[in-house]
Design a protein around this ligand. Structure first.
Ligand code: CP3
Length: 347
């Protein structure tokens, strides 16, 4: 296998031979290889056993030919050593049995030494790097503090984030204390991932789109900016991703990131104009387009590449994670389409 650094080049807005592509949630239940392992082990068992997690991380790299691997883990893992009782319940997604709501709860959350309590994740990073042998770059990741806080407070997924916003509006000091605590954990965790070998990191603020720009500025931006500033010291590119983020883009840019991830609701060219040329852009095919007939899918891939117009710094991805029932052949086809349609002159 030849060295493939087009993903890292695109993060730095350098010229590439063709547009790099990877998929959020590229390892998972839509792949038979993953289901085979998942039939024997729970999600947490896979995450906690570096050999298994490394194997799952590599599955989509081998099966799809994507230009980057993403560590197999979950954004909620660092909450466990903080004292959060987390379960991935069958058919329900994550459930937190001891959600928090008071200042005393926030104070009781423990700080985390990732090199000890998350050593299994760091071992996975090292194993994957050894297996990939420099051929395909490895992305590490963490949840952003707003998204993590929403799980801790709500106890799981939420529609209106009522408890989260009640704490945010009603007890701003407690809110900022929680966000600061989570930020410290995220900084140490991402830094440790880079030390272990992650070559880029993504900050997932999956649910931040529930906030207005004013609330984002007041309750989130200082914390996300602090994390990104600190993690930037490692020297690896940082991808800053949110969904439903169209009105937040100028503020997400202010918070930072070498690459900003767009969801599919935002036209890529419009979003890039808002962000300006000083950042790279990742995205943004609707994950449900992978269920469309091939010619429709092809038109949608072409439309995104046309909007990117071979500007340096485009990383092709979905606008959010791959869905469970996605046909693998269509995912593979998108990798081929992106590489083929974006081939640069003379490359
Ligand atoms: O991208 C990858 O291939 C790497 C692995 C990865 C997982 N979770 C494994 C996982 C990544 C990057 C994540 C991030 C994550 N986890 C996010 C941010 C990304 C996003 O989608 O917005 C969030 C919000 C979570 C929290 C979480 N974990 C939820 C909501 C769920 C349940 C939803 C679902 O798809 O079932 C999980 C479980 C989870 N994490 C699975 C996987 C592969 C489900 C698979 C299983 O049970 O085997």
């Amino acid at each position: 296998m030849a060295l493939n650094d087009r993903f890292l080049k695109a993060c730095r807005r350098e010229q590439v031979d063709c547009t790099p592509v990877w998929f959020m949630r590229q390892a998972g239940r839509y792949m038979a290889e993953y289901r085979a392992i998942r039939a024997q082990h729970s999600l947490l068992e896979i995450c906690q056993q570096p050999e298994l997690a490394a194997q799952v991380t590599l599955q989509p790299v081998r099966a799809l030919g994507v230009d980057a691997a993403i560590l197999f883990a979950d954004i909620l893992l660092p909450l466990m050593p903080m004292g959060i009782n987390l379960e991935f319940a069958k058919g329900e997604g994550p459930v937190i049995h001891n959600p928090i709501g008071t200042r005393a709860d926030v104070d009781a959350l423990r700080t985390v030494e990732p090199r000890e309590s998350l050593a299994h994740v760091l071992d996975t990073v090292r194993l994957v790097r050894r297996e990939l042998d420099g051929h395909t770059p490895l992305i590490g990741f963490a949840g952003a503090p707003f998204t993590l806080a929403s799980y801790i407070i709500e106890g799981g997924a939420s529609r209106n984030y009522l408890k989260t916003k009640r704490l945010m509006y009603g007890e701003a000091r407690t809110w900022h204390r929680l966000m600061a605590k989570l930020s410290c954990v995220v900084i140490d965790y991402l830094t440790a991932q880079v030390e272990a070998g992650a070559q880029a990191v993504q900050l997932f603020d999956s649910w931040v789109g529930t906030l207005s720009p004013d609330d984002y500025r007041e309750y989130v931006l200082p914390h996300s900016r602090f994390i990104i500033e600190q993690v930037q010291r490692t020297g690896v590119p940082i991808i800053h991703f949110g969904t439903d983020s169209a009105t937040l883009l100028p503020l997400m840019k202010e918070a930072g990131g070498d690459v900003i991830g767009l969801d599919w609701r935002t036209p890529l060219d419009w979003g890039w104009d808002v962000l300006g040329d000083a950042v790279a852009v990742q995205g943004n095919l609707d994950p449900t387009a992978l269920f469309a007939p091939r010619h429709v899918l092809e038109n949608k891939v072409k439309a995104i590449l046309d909007q990117a117009a071979n500007r340096p710094g485009h990383i092709f991805n979905l606008g959010h994670g791959i869905l469970q029932e996605t046909p693998v052949d269509n995912v593979k086809a998108v990798v081929e389409m992106v590489h083929e349609f974006s081939k640069r002159e003379g490359a």
